[in-house]
Design a binder for this molecule. Structure first.
Ligand SMILES: Cc1cc2nc3c(=O)[nH]c(=O)nc-3n(C[C@H](O)[C@H](O)[C@H](O)COP(=O)(O)OP(=O)(O)OC[C@H]3O[C@@H](n4cnc5c(N)ncnc54)[C@H](O)[C@@H]3O)c2cc1C
Length: 505
């Protein structure tokens, strides 16, 4: 794993906040409008007594660890870190910040590429210790704390043979993933993570605790399902669970890059009529030293087709068979696999601390022209950790109406992510330029929408397009629950100037 603190900060919209007069008795912080204000040690002591896990400042030994997030390019120093253990802590933290107009950030699993979990000079509300998960196997529901990681959730639910759709990297936080939408191997069969959300407990900007569900605060519940962290701090999620596994038919089929065009066209045609139980993604990258690949292929460009059939294992073998015939595979490693294990299969390639920059496009169909452009971009990979992946979606996800939840992109049958990943600061601009170019080249074939969970901090202008026809309604909900935009360290939805009728109820 790389050490993110070994690199200079690369932040575009968050210049380093320098506490010019640090002392034992005062501490400076940034307000919502980025002016500098002073806190006295008595205020900090009083605040610290209200937070069960304590409050960290730069003087604390664990401060540097607590401010780290997944993306190593993010190197920000909050004035205070509130280590919350319970809902009351979160309420106290929100009230403390709101009273002082203090910039707030909310940290779940710390995985968002934009690094909005950490506010330079602000108050970081750290939920990472709130990882409690309670499964009700009889009702097939789960109560999940806001610091839980996907691995925590899968482990507890799979103990009962159950699961809900989550993402493909097990160290991701359930909270951020859910609030932005959430998709993974089960999405075509059981919908997005938000489609399985039954309710959420939320601390809103006024410090009040609200329960949002289809029956209670339905407009807030609608907004939470895709609207990100804009409406408050979620302290508990309730999910619906489905029987899954414990074994699924899953694995990887790897083709040589020379066959990329033929393989990707066959993959595209196959995925357009695949059963909901089956998801096949496409990844173009340099081959890691996987034991089932010939050594001569290691480090060369390949097309990897990771796949999961989440229904009956024997049916999975039959459903997957055509994927092995898209060309002449370099290697095949598919078979019955523990679902929870496959959920962790990509973790070694996605460890925390590496430098990362993403650009992503949504596609309703993946045209021949788009395929050719993706292959061209993959032919110029700027490093051994860089990749372009295309997730196959559709199925149950696409059968939900675009206005049923805040997440509008139900026509995104394919989501492409250009993943620049590197370790040397000297490569920062080279890798970013590659990712931007690959994104731009493919953009004319994409829907023009985006997925907020994949947007970088320099893509604020894509937020409105990502919500499309739902954006105005989201702004109205924002106006009702957070009129001062206290929760702005996110892919921000600004409050409507005049609320529409839907939000005034
Ligand atoms: C390696 C990797 C793989 C990924 N794979 C997938 C995938 O397969 N599918 C997919 O859909 N996404 C995927 N993602 C994207 C992921 O969904 C987002 O990064 C998500 O925001 C991560 O959530 P987090 O809690 O870990 O992040 P954080 O950075 O902690 O949170 C992100 C933002 O969410 C908000 N937030 C977090 N917790 C709360 C809360 N309790 N209340 C209110 N607001 C909150 C805040 O605004 C915060 O800035 C992946 C990300 C990474 C880095």
């Amino acid at each position: 794993m790389n050490d993110p603190t070994a690199h200079a900060p690369i932040t575009t919209s968050h210049p380093t906040f320098i506490d010019t007069e640090p002392s034992m008795t005062t501490l400076h912080y940034l307000t919502l409008d980025k002016s500098v204000q002073t806190l006295h040690s008595a205020d900090i002591d009083t605040f610290a007594r209200q937070i069960s896990g304590g409050v960290l400042t730069r003087a604390d030994a664990s401060y540097d660890d607590a401010r780290k997030v997944w993306n190593g390019t993010v190197d920000r120093r909050p004035a205070l870190i509130a280590r919350c253990l319970q809902t009351g802590d979160v309420q106290a933290a929100v009230r403390f910040a709101a009273t002082r107009h203090m910039l707030i950030s909310v940290r779940g699993g710390g995985h968002h590429i934009a690094g909005n979990a950490v506010a330079e000079g602000g108050l970081m509300i750290d939920l990472s210790a709130m990882r409690d998960i309670r499964i009700d196997a009889a009702r097939r529901t789960a109560l999940v704390g806001p610091g839980a990681l996907l691995a925590d959730f899968d482990r507890e639910a799979q103990a009962h043979g159950l699961a809900t759709p989550l993402g493909i990297n097990s160290t991701t936080g359930v909270a951020g993933l859910t609030l932005g939408g959430g998709f993974g191997w089960l999405t075509r069969r059981h919908g997005m993570t938000i489609d399985n959300l039954l309710g959420a407990t939320v601390v809103t900007a006024d410090g009040a605790l609200r329960f949002a569900s289809a029956q209670s605060e339905p407009e807030l519940f609608w907004a939470l399902r895709g609207g990100g962290g804009n409406f408050g701090v979620v302290t508990s999620f309730e999910f619906r669970l489905h029987p899954v596994g414990p074994e699924v038919y899953a694995g990887l089929v790897v083709y040589p890059f020379a066959q990329a065009r033929q393989v990707l066209r066959a993959w595209r045609d196959f995925t357009m009529q695949a059963p909901d139980e089956l998801s096949v993604w496409a990844v173009l990258r340099k081959a890691p030293p996987l034991p089932f690949l010939p050594a001569s292929a290691h480090g060369t460009e390949v097309v990897v087709l990771p796949l999961v059939y989440s229904g009956d294992v024997a049916a999975g073998e039959r459903a997957v068979a055509p994927v092995l015939r898209f060309g002449d595979p370099l290697g095949v490693a598919v078979g019955p696999t523990p679902y929870a294990g496959f959920q962790q299969a990509f973790d070694p390639l996605l460890t925390a601390g590496g430098r990362n920059y993403w650009k992503s496009n949504n596609f309703s169909r993946f045209s021949d022209a788009a395929i050719d452009l993706v292959i061209e971009s993959a032919g110029r990979l700027p490093g051994p950790e860089c990749e372009i992946f295309v997730a196959q979606l559709g199925g149950a996800m696409a059968r939900v109406k675009p206005d049923a939840t805040a997440f509008v992109g139900r026509d995104a049958h394919y989501i492409m992510n250009v993943h620049g990943r590197w370790s040397d600061t000297g490569d920062d601009e080279r890798v970013r330029a590659w990712a931007r170019q690959a994104f731009q080249d493919a953009a004319p074939h994409a829907t023009g929408s985006g997925y907020v969970n994949f947007l970088t901090e320099d893509e604020a202008e894509r937020v409105a397009a990502s919500y499309g026809a739902n954006h105005a309604r989201l702004q109205a909900v924002k106006h009702r629950f957070d009129p001062d935009n206290l929760f702005r360290m996110n892919l921000n939805i600004t409050p409507a100037a005049i609320p529409v009728a839907q939000a005034s109820t």
